[in-house]
Design a protein around this ligand. Structure first.
Ligand code: NZQ
Ligand code: ZN
Length: 385
């Protein structure tokens, strides 16, 4: 096992009726900014529950944070928050609202000229306004990690940042808030969480059997609960299990002491930036091809994943690996998530555009062995055509 330091200070408040707990989690004298998306929280009663819990707090709101949150929109929230002397932010929504809020709280305290540099130039965040979250979409794990992915609309760029200052102080996970999710978002959430686990698991063995089995436990649970969530999205236990899987998939626990890949996410962000394809769908396009392309260097873990998650135990190594990749694709497609570029009307030109962008950005050494170069990215994407 590799050396590691593990730090995760996020308080999780899980279960039905738990939104009211935020009253005590936010300092009584705080001036609170509530951030949210396009309005789903106003239709499903979540907004009312939040307002009821904060009825004795000073509250201002900023709505309209779009999926794949835009820097341009978030900067408006930063101005408002400064004007209103906000000292606590509460994000209410999915990964986009939470990620957007992480950027807002970092940008509010940023001392340089342009907070975009936190993303484009990787300028480290050294302080941030405290914030909490009320999660309404199990998918990204953003509610229990310090990462954030922000899009700049005018240049169609999508970049990530993270810092020890952008962990939420608390996150409320009430499975009942998910009852209004469209099926498309449930499918996205399952595939995003599943891929998060695979990017931390399908690398090479370092004799870390606990991390392996924890990763497999999440994969097996998503395999079981995912289809149930699609069939019965108002079943409390199903949504509770799905919600906790998505959080556990990217809160840092399964990553400790093991190599991680993340090339699929890195490449996928370009497909969202250029074509607006939902985040999870970009992963479903890239991951199978990446696994095929890197099957030699991922061989041992691919065989283990096939045996333990998909019961694939017979045939030659090559046959087992191909059957394992096919099983993964079939799982995604069973959730109505398409896995080829052509399904999204994307072709060669986009591959060339990504290659061009990566050259300009001098992208190199992706993947757990730092051996995926731009020419490999091109080949991987060609396999997805
Ligand atoms: O905006 P509203 O009206 O709230 O509607 C949203 C949005 O249209 C809707 N929704 C959310 N909860 C709902 C609901 N509709 C009905 N009922 C509810 N309970 O769902 C739509 C999608 O929401 P969004 O937040 O964009 O989805 P998701 O949670 O999948 O987040 C995707 C973003 O997270 C980033 C992605 O890149 C993408 O920008 N990621 C963040 C990560 C992190 N911070 O660790 C890791 C991930 O890999 C990912 O990159
Ligand atoms: Zn993801």
């Amino acid at each position: 096992m590799n050396n590691f330091t593990f730090y995760n200070p996020v308080k999780i408040i899980f279960g039905k009726g738990q939104i009211e707990a935020i009253t005590k989690e936010i300092p009584a004298d705080a001036r609170v900014l509530i951030t949210y998306g396009g309005g789903s929280i106003k239709q499903n009663g979540v907004y009312d529950q939040v307002m009821q819990a904060l009825k004795d707090h000073a509250v201002v709101e900023f709505g309209g944070i779009e999926p794949n949150p835009h820097y341009e929109t978030l900067m408006k929230a930063v101005s408002m928050a400064k004007q209103e002397s906000i000292d606590f932010v509460l994000a209410v929504g999915g990964g986009s609202v939470i990620d957007g809020t992480k950027f807002i709280v970092a940008a509010m305290e940023y001392e340089g000229n342009d907070p975009w540099d936190i993303l484009a130039k990787k300028i480290p965040v050294t302080k941030a306004v405290p914030f909490g979250t009320v999660l309404t979409l199990p998918a990204t794990g953003s509610e229990m990690n310090s990462g954030s992915v922000i899009t700049r609309a005018d240049t169609k760029e999508k970049f990530a940042f993270g810092s020890p200052f952008t962990f939420p102080k608390f996150s409320v996970l009430d499975p009942e808030t998910t009852y209004t999710l469209p099926l498309r978002q449930i499918s996205n959430g399952i595939v995003d969480a599943f891929t998060h686990v695979l990017e931390q698991y399908l690398t090479y063995p370092v004799n870390a059997p606990l991390q392996d089995r924890m990763a497999e436990a999440i994969l097996l649970t998503l395999k079981e609960e995912g289809p149930k969530a699609i069939q019965n999205p108002k079943d409390y236990d199903t949504m509770a299990n799905f919600m906790w899987c998505a959080t556990m998939a990217l809160n840092g626990v399964i990553r400790v002491g093991v190599p991680t890949d993340w090339a699929t996410h890195y490449i996928g962000h370009e497909l969202t930036a250029l074509h607006g394809i939902d985040h999870a769908r970009t992963l479903a396009i890239v991951l199978p091809s990446l696994l095929r392309y890197k099957q030699e260097s991922k061989k041992e873990k691919l065989l283990q994943y096939g045996a333990r998650v998909w019961d694939i135990n017979s045939g030659t190594d090559d046959e087992r690996i191909e059957a394992t990749i096919q099983a993964t694709i079939a799982f995604f497609e069973s959730l109505d998530i398409k896995t080829r570029l052509k399904d999204y009307e994307v072709g060669q030109e986009t591959i060339q555009e990504i290659v061009k962008r990566f050259k300009a950005r001098d992208v190199k050494d992706l993947g757990e062995r730092a051996d995926i170069q731009i020419r490999d990215v091109e080949e991987i994407l060609k396999l997805s055509l």
